[in-house]
Design a protein. Structure first.
Lengths: 649, 248
């Protein structure tokens, strides 16, 4: 791969991921046994900062505190209970095989590696599958009210990309119930004085002393005070960066600042172009749209997706006879039908809309029809399964999905890319760990449904609390003085940036820049990407950045609750991250998973991987704003699941 | 549609606040109430004014961050969260009053933003099952009868938005507290701490400055998640039982 037009340079490959060798099923046990431990009496002398209180962060904070560490935890929301994990609907995977339907740890491992289009690290994925079993036990013990059958045992359902029923759920609010379980465990530790909780406090920068992560700079969002917090290790559980697109299914305030500032301080950022577009979201209704709402993928268990066979057919759906409908997923992928993985379902929807067969305003939608399910199961059964989702849909669109098919369209939902981490979930900055969606580790180029909750809780409850011991046990605790140059420098940079944002006093609002950046990314680095489109975006982003610093208008001061300042400060980071995403997408001239390069497809229009060239994770090193980053490759080897062209036909 | 908004503006916790009138034009009926406020804020910023501060995050009715009193009703005229209220429920020419949650235990932070951290302290007092990570038996070791599981779920749906407190003439948090007590106390996993949970949560609730319950039922009417009023009766029984039985 030539480093053409010096948009990036190539550095040393990543030599060691710290993944143990030997039989894959024994690696996690071996790593845990080889890890050094911290004496329980010494744990309270060690401080761990955890940023974020979602599934990963909430679980990690509670568990580390239970182990005896002193935890200092942060969230920008007014309460740790509001982290965006709460919005996950469908369920959580686990290889319990309670159904006796042929499931196993190995099958979950296999499905996840295959679903990720062979771009994930086998050792990590296998560990995830192993740990999945313990997660369900843990959550049930906490009182998470999973759906149950009449015998009192747990119910499960199937999700896209798999042929077993391994998804545990709590109606359409699985994320909420799992998050409340973690939040309650965390609350218990806060009340016990083991976790020092800072709500409404946002991380602005990472403090690195002598090459190690030793603290953070954070802003109290109520008073505006910028403070430093030092620790023996820092854990980022700050979620993904989907909001770079402006319109996404993320919460409005979810942001990339923590991971991007860590990247600027030396943490490699891996596979930023691997973003997931969820096939079943409610289409946008106009320019006022502030976010997109997901309809759980579980709907595809019973809903049938179709568009009219004819272009420009504007008849209401009820007037289109059966033989003039194209159930295109069932037609193209007879084996998996409506349950193909998300990337495939999304692209198929885009294709039929591009052909002019889309439905609804602007032709940007396809039908998800429950008429057959209602006939087969009865309205009551459908209501019991999906009632809250149907209500939500009706509230937003004013259409009744029991009577009229839902209209859905793909939207940005999840980011597989994130901070590069080794087997211990440690970034390239010693002492800085990244867990949950904030890291890149387990989903490769595409995440399967109900696997985000699994990964967040696996990292937070089980993996990080084991691996971080080894780091803490090996580090002498030298205190960091408040006036250490690295501390004052980080605070100075953060406060200067806020002051600069307030001083421009231009003529454009933060949202107007965010929308413009989001549209550019959606068009050029969204569902389908081309070399010319990516180059266009790469040319436009630096000029947008320049315009931002000339024309941004942020009212008010920095010494108060100032939501415009919060937004503008996050957009500064999006304007840099967007460039790296496009660059990563440009450099990866293959298609894989959620990354679809139009130049690389099979004759049938499916993603064509180029394993000889791209069987690696791309870990990028920051060299300066707008400066060419350095590419470090982590070669991926597949000993257990051999790469094949994914087929769901 | 064009609307007149009368919005509570308050600089910070220590300042006095007042209703301020704004005109907004060209509002689409497909906008959510918060998108309508976004629209207003964009205009305020460009006019050199300070935008209206309000809490919001997921904008899909589940995080519980948003909440304002709209025309005197918590979350407005529909039984849903403010983010899921759409402008099609209003008419051209309407005047809409927008205020923060009003309750002694929820002090105003700025404009429509209030401090609900008292809720976190109630949960911290006992709204959990003590099950440290790693200590769990197999998930199927204890079957839970479906009616108990469903009852627990129905009460676990609470999003902690605070509408119940805002709607209550006494500013009581009985519905919020009882939702968690019922969720955990009906499950076998919650049984070992059944008595201490209800006693400690109720004590903490009282200490946070919430008012008492006089059975007006406004809380359950305003609840966007439909937490039933019977939760309060169930909690009262739990409390009485725990008082008689002791902490077990």
């Amino acid at each position: 791969m030539p480093d053409h037009d010096v948009r990036w340079t190539t550095g040393d490959p990543i030599a060691d991921t710290k993944a143990p060798d030997g039989p894959i099923a024994e690696r996690w046990d071996r790593r845990r046994f080889d890890a050094k431990l911290v004496n329980p009496a010494n744990r309270r002398k060690q401080t761990v900062i955890v940023v974020g209180t979602g599934l990963a962060g909430g679980a990690a904070g509670a568990t580390l505190a239970e182990q005896g560490y002193h935890v200092v935890q942060f969230c920008y929301q007014d309460s740790p209970r509001r982290a965006h994990s709460i919005a996950a609907q469908g369920g959580i995977n686990a290889a319990k095989n309670y159904r006796n339907d042929g499931d196993s740890v190995h099958r979950l491992f296999y499905d996840t590696v295959k679903g990720g289009d062979f771009r994930a690290r086998e050792s990590n994925v296998h560990r995830l599958a192993q740990v999945s079993v313990e997660i369900i036990d843990q959550c049930v013990a906490q009182g998470v009210p999973f759906a149950r059958e009449y015998g009192g045992l747990l119910d499960t359902r199937s999700f896209g990309g798999v042929q077993v029923s391994r998804t545990f759920y709590a109606r359409g609010q699985t994320g909420q119930q799992l998050l409340l379980g973690a939040y309650q465990a965390l609350s218990r530790q806060i009340a016990a004085g083991n976790v020092e909780m800072h709500a409404r406090t946002e991380m602005l920068d990472l403090i690195v002393v002598d090459g190690r992560a030793r603290g953070i700079v954070a802003r109290d969002l109520i008073t505006g005070a910028v403070s430093t917090y030092v620790a023996d290790a820092v854990v980022l559980a700050t979620g993904g960066y989907g909001n770079v697109f402006y319109l996404s299914t993320n919460a409005k305030n979810s942001n990339a600042t923590a991971i991007w500032r860590a990247h600027r301080r030396g943490a490699y950022f891996a596979n930023p172009c691997f973003t997931q577009i969820h096939p079943t979201c409610i289409p946008r209704s106009g320019d006022h749209q502030s976010k997109l709402t997901l309809m759980s993928e579980s709907l595809r268990n019973d809903g049938r997706i179709w568009v009219p066979k004819a272009k420009g057919d504007t008849r209401p759906p009820g007037e289109i006879p059966e033989d003039e409908r194209d159930y295109y997923l069932e037609r193209i992928y007879p084996a998996f039908g409506n349950l193909v993985p998300r990337d495939i379902a999304s692209r198929a929807a885009k294709n039929v809309c591009d052909e002019g067969r889309g439905v609804g305003p602007g032709g940007q939608g396809v039908y998800l029809d429950f008429a057959d399910a209602i006939r087969r199961l009865g309205r009551k059964a459908v209501e019991a399964k999906y009632g809250n989702l149907f209500e939500m849909y009706e509230r937003i669109t004013a259409e009744d999905p029991y009577e009229v098919p839902m209209r859905i369209y793909p939207a940005i939902h999840y980011t597989m890319g994130g901070l590069w981490v080794d087997y211990d979930l440690q970034t390239t900055i010693p002492g800085l760990f990244a867990i949950g969606e904030a890291n890149f580790s387990d989903h490769g180029a595409n995440r399967l449904g109900a696997s985000a909750l699994m990964q967040g809780l696996a990292d937070g409850y089980f993996v990080l609390p084991s691996t971080i011991n080894d780091y803490l046990a090996r580090q002498p605790h030298t205190p960091v003085a408040e006036d250490h140059p690295a501390v004052t420098e980080a605070v100075g940079e953060a406060t200067d940036r806020l002051a600069r944002l307030l001083s421009v006093d231009g003529d454009r609002t933060p949202d107007s820049f965010h929308r413009e950046l989001g549209e550019l990314l959606w068009d050029e680095c969204g569902m389908a990407r081309t070399e010319s489109g990516l180059r266009k975006a790469l040319d436009r982003i630096p000029s947008l950045r320049e315009e931002f610093w000339r024309r941004i208008k942020v009212p008010g001061t920095g010494e108060e609750l100032n939501q415009s300042l919060e937004k503008a400060n996050r957009i500064v980071d999006y304007l840099e991250l967007a460039e790296l995403m496009c660059l990563d997408a440009l450099h990866r001239t293959e298609s894989c998973g959620g990354h679809f390069r139009e130049e690389s497809q099979t004759p049938e229009g499916e993603a064509a991987r180029k394993d000889e060239e791209f069987s690696y994770a791309a870990a990028w090193e920051f060299t300066g704003t707008g400066a060419p980053p350095v590419l470090h490759r982590e070669e991926l080897t597949f000993e257990y699941v051999h790469p094949t062209q994914r087929s769901y036909a | 549609m064009n609307l007149t908004l009368r919005i509570w503006r308050q600089r910070d916790a220590g300042s006095a606040g007042a209703m301020t009138t704004y005109e907004v034009k060209g509002i689409s009926e497909d906008m959510s109430f918060l998108e309508m406020l976004d629209h207003l804020n964009e205009e305020l910023i460009l006019a050199g004014d300070e935008p209206v501060a309000f809490d919001h995050d997921c904008r899909e009715g589940i995080c519980g961050a948003c909440g304002m009193v709209i025309n005197g009703a918590a979350h407005g005229p529909e039984r849903t969260t403010t983010c899921q209220l759409h402008m099609r429920h209003f008419s051209d020419g309407d005047t809409i009053d927008v205020e923060p949650w009003r309750a002694a235990a929820f002090p105003v932070v700025k404009d429509l933003v209030v401090d609900r951290s008292a809720f976190d302290r109630i949960i911290g007092a006992g709204g959990y099952v003590s099950a440290p990570t790693g200590s769990a038996p197999d998930a199927h070791a204890t079957p839970v009868p479906k009616p108990a599981a469903d009852l627990a779920f129905e009460h676990a749906e609470c999003i902690g938005c605070g509408a119940c407190v805002a709607a209550c003439p006494n500013g009581s948090a009985m519905l919020f507290t009882s939702a968690k007590v019922v969720h955990l106390n009906v499950l076998p996993q919650g049984a070992p701490e059944r008595e201490s949970r209800v006693l400690d949560m109720v004590d903490t609730m009282d200490a946070q400055g919430f008012g008492g319950c006089t059975n007006t039922g406004e809380c359950a009417t305003a609840c966007p998640k439909g937490i039933p009023l019977t939760a309060i009766g169930r909690m009262n029984r739990e409390y009485l039982r725990a008082t008689v039985k002791g902490r077990g």
